[in-house]
Write a new protein. Structure first.
Lengths: 391, 199
């Protein structure tokens, strides 16, 4: 069924900035075209129907040489809905640096990665397997020269890509703050293996370490909110809004934390974003949690009518026949078997440098978030000088 | 066809029933599955399934009534054989098998929520809930982060009576040893020193 979905197959022009977001219902991945064939990949997710990596499939489809043209692979934080398959993205991106929070190369986190590999050896459920693979690739590539490490650390106001060339692009990390760094190390400490303790690892919640990004190309700016939360004090958006200023505002935002209220900060909307920006997000469906909630959607749609989401927030009522068959093979003791994931939708926003209009295109199951938009439309235009129209 | 006489014993989280001449382990009756489920089974299973559909009407198939689970910690007795049981001439045959590896993500209200990944076959991931008592006697030791194994067998008896048997068990991973913890910490220090050269 998914193979009949409309695919976006055309590459951006050299003078076109693009942000693409992919999300299967649990997980998200972002690609940004910085112009002149240069790309960055932020986070990763898998299509749970065929186990493919939508971001890589898309780059292949539009004939991007991933080995040469991806400059950075950013793992914003170590949550499984953001890092699924990211080691495969990095493996293909042979010229790229991997970007992570500095706390993730401290002994506390590296001990968790090692313990994870031992506690779950042979079991396909490891929490930190992606980091194990990434660090292995970093070590392998480091052999190409003394002192060379294809690894970068992000913290607030770190410039990851400085402007250069005829079409300068700039990528700046907005977080994590120093406070978040120390808080995370304390959290990691509590999870370290202890002699006599059970060989298991609880999954940590390191949203405080999430890397927010600010991308500027030719005067157009994009804010990538990852899972940056509002606080606590000295962390998250509270710290970003306090410490980061810029002379332009972002026209496009990847909403933080799946549109949840926990990532919503008034200062982000007023200080960093244009009025009624193009807001993109992936949902989070897991267990009883479904983000964005009804209240979240209401709030977002009161702030912009140009909000789009990669898949339905609620698990579809009628699961396809193939999923039904697979669920039955779990046996009758499994109660309420459900797919938290599903096929990945794709939202693509493009704008030419020097033009005021952004074109947003959707590939199913991506859809507009707010009511009143044409539900079946797959292409929308937004001009910050006028009202958006669908076609 | 004789209506199964259901025993009350539990063993490895399965219910055992006696069907007169045949004995099967069951927690569900295969013919109750809709035809769509056949695609998940082997060709042999599909043939069996089609045969069953043609020979068994719903009134002939009865779901075991005594499927209540024992309380946690209760002893799991092997079912007593019915006096009318005749030794099997031919053994039951497993015509379909599915294995899953799961990670416990939550335990609440005597239920555990598990992320399940197919093991040994391609397929989708699911999240599902199970009664905690199914892990007995390991139910009190189970915690989020633990691994469970789910096995589902589709079994056909010579009489044509077919069933689904499900088994859920906790992976016993043991404890960290002093040496192992020391080794992990040492490796972590070495890796950290290596990566600190970056940037």
């Amino acid at each position: 069924m998914r193979h009949t979905l409309r695919m976006l197959t055309d590459a951006p022009a050299a003078d076109e900035i693009e942000i693409s977001i992919f999300g299967p219902g649990k997980g998200e991945a972002v690609l940004v075209h910085l112009g002149e064939g240069r790309w960055i990949a932020v986070d990763s997710c898998k299509d749970q129907v065929d186990n493919s990596i939508p971001a890589l499939s898309y780059l292949d489809r539009i004939s991007v040489d991933v080995s040469k043209n991806v400059l950075l692979v950013v793992g914003t934080h170590a949550h499984d809905d953001h890092i699924a398959g990211i080691s495969r993205v990095f493996e293909r991106s042979e010229s790229a640096d991997f970007v992570c929070a500095h706390a993730l190369v401290q002994p506390q986190f590296l001990a968790l990665v090692e313990a994870d590999a031992r506690a779950y050896a042979g079991v396909p459920v490891r929490s930190y397997a992606e980091y194990h693979e990434i660090f292995k690739i970093v070590r392998t590539r480091s052999n190409s020269g003394p002192g060379f490490r294809p690894l970068r650390f992000a913290s607030e106001t770190t410039v990851l890509i400085p402007p250069s060339g005829p079409m300068p692009a700039k990528v700046i990390a907005l977080s994590p703050s120093d406070e978040a760094y120390y808080r995370s190390l304390l959290a990691f400490n509590k999870l370290l293996p202890v002699a006599g303790g059970g060989r298991r690892l609880a999954r940590i919640d390191p949203n405080e370490l999430a890397i927010g990004l600010w991308v500027e190309v030719g005067g157009k700016t994009i804010l990538l909110g990852a899972d940056v939360l509002t606080g606590p004090d000295g962390c998250g958006w509270t710290a970003v809004v306090k410490n980061f200023t810029y002379d332009t505002k972002a026209q496009v935002v990847k909403l933080p934390h799946h549109g949840s209220v926990t990532g919503n900060h008034d200062g982000m909307w007023t200080n960093l974003l244009e009025r009624s920006p193009i807001a993109l997000m992936a949902p989070f469906r897991s267990g009883n949690i479904a983000l964005p909630s009804r209240d979240d959607r209401k709030r977002i749609c009161s702030l912009t009518n140009a909000a789009y989401i990669t898949a339905a927030v609620q698990r579809p009522g009628a699961v396809d026949a193939e999923a039904n068959r697979a669920a039955r093979s779990l046996g009758p003791l499994a109660q309420k078997p459900r797919e938290a994931w599903g096929p990945a939708g794709h939202i693509r926003a493009r704008s030419r440098i020097g033009e005021a209009t952004w074109t947003v295109e959707l590939s199913s199951p991506a859809r507009p978030l707010c009511g009143g938009r044409r539900k079946n439309a797959q292409r929308f235009e937004h001009s910050f000088a006028g009202k958006p129209k669908s076609s | 066809m004789a209506i199964p006489a259901v025993s009350t014993g539990w063993n490895n989280n399965t219910v055992s029933t006696s069907t007169g001449q045949d004995q099967v382990s069951t927690v569900g009756i295969w013919p109750n599955l809709p035809s769509a489920s056949t695609a998940e089974l082997s060709e042999d299973a599909i043939r069996t399934w089609r045969t069953l559909r043609s020979v068994q009407s719903p009134s002939e198939v009865r779901t075991p009534r005594t499927t209540q689970r024992p309380s946690a910690g209760s002893s799991q007795t092997v079912p007593e054989s019915s006096p009318s049981v005749v030794p099997l001439k031919r053994p039951d045959r497993v015509v379909g098998l599915r294995r899953w590896t799961g990670l416990i993500v939550e335990i609440a209200n005597d239920m555990l929520t598990v992320d399940l990944m197919p093991a040994g076959h391609d397929g989708r991931r699911f999240r599902a809930d199970f009664e905690l008592s199914l892990l007995s006697p390991d139910d009190e030791a189970a915690e989020p982060g633990d691994v469970v194994y789910l096995t589902t067998r589709f079994v056909r008896a010579p009489s044509g009576y077919s069933t689904v048997t499900t088994d859920l068990r906790l992976r016993r991973a043991g404890q960290w040893s002093q040496d192992e913890v020391a080794e992990i910490m040492q490796l972590a220090q070495q890796h950290a020193a290596y990566f600190e050269d970056a940037d």
